[in-house]
Design a protein. Structure first.
Length: 212
């Protein structure tokens, strides 16, 4: 599998905030931020949202092969543990396809945790993934925290795909939409295993947009 990682130098510059869409395209807008990412002479853009979880460290950026875009995704989800420690979403995997060579498929994922199983791959009917929205549980104090519970993606044709995650927490604002091309990479914020403490696993994610 090819990856941009290891052959690129990424320059991350925080840009001014812009307004995303609300959960159901209503008038209320959430805020999200853009980061510009420079790859050689190609200017890429990464998209993020403001309601991600606060625990853990950012893993390495993982990119689709050059010329490929994310057309589908799968989540690694731990089912409800009852009285046990819940972690909800533990990982995100992207399915990368080149528009010029649709038979060539690659899968990429950034950091993830050990709990749960991968859900069925969900794919856009037309176009690729172009924006996202997170369902996140707020910190619970001394109760069990789960942080990231689910994700929705917007496809290039306007259709929305909701992951097979869990239902704690609430949906935040939509990210900005990839203006040209689509999502082609990601990096995740993952909390390490807390051993005897409260685990939350995946807390937040950012995606990179590549131009056509």
């Amino acid at each position: 599998m090819h990856s941009f990682l290891g052959i690129v130098l990424l320059l991350l510059i925080l840009a001014p905030e812009c307004h995303g869409r609300s959960e159901e395209q209503h008038q209320t807008h959430g805020k999200s931020s853009r980061l510009s990412v420079k790859f050689a002479d190609i200017q890429l853009v990464s998209i993020s949202v403001s309601n991600g979880g606060k625990w853990g460290n950012w893993a390495d950026i993982k990119m689709c092969p050059r010329g490929s875009f994310a057309k589908g995704f799968s989540l690694k989800v731990e089912a409800d543990q009852g009285d046990g420690d819940d972690t909800a979403v533990n990982g995100i995997r992207l399915k990368c396809i080149s528009p010029l060579k649709p038979s060539e498929v690659d899968y990429v994922e950034s950091g993830s945790q050990r709990w749960g199983s991968w859900t069925t791959m969900q794919e856009c009917g037309h176009g690729g993934l172009s924006a996202f929205q997170l369902r996140v549980e707020e910190p619970q104090g001394h109760a069990d925290d789960t942080s990231l519970n689910n994700i929705r993606f917007l496809c290039g044709d306007g259709a929305a795909l909701e992951g097979h995650g869990l239902t704690r927490g609430s949906w935040g604002p939509w990210s900005p939409t990839c203006v040209s091309g689509g999502i082609c990479g990601l990096w995740t914020r993952v909390e390490s295993w807390q051993i005897k403490g409260d685990d939350t696993a995946l807390n937040d994610v950012k995606f990179v947009c590549c131009p056509n």
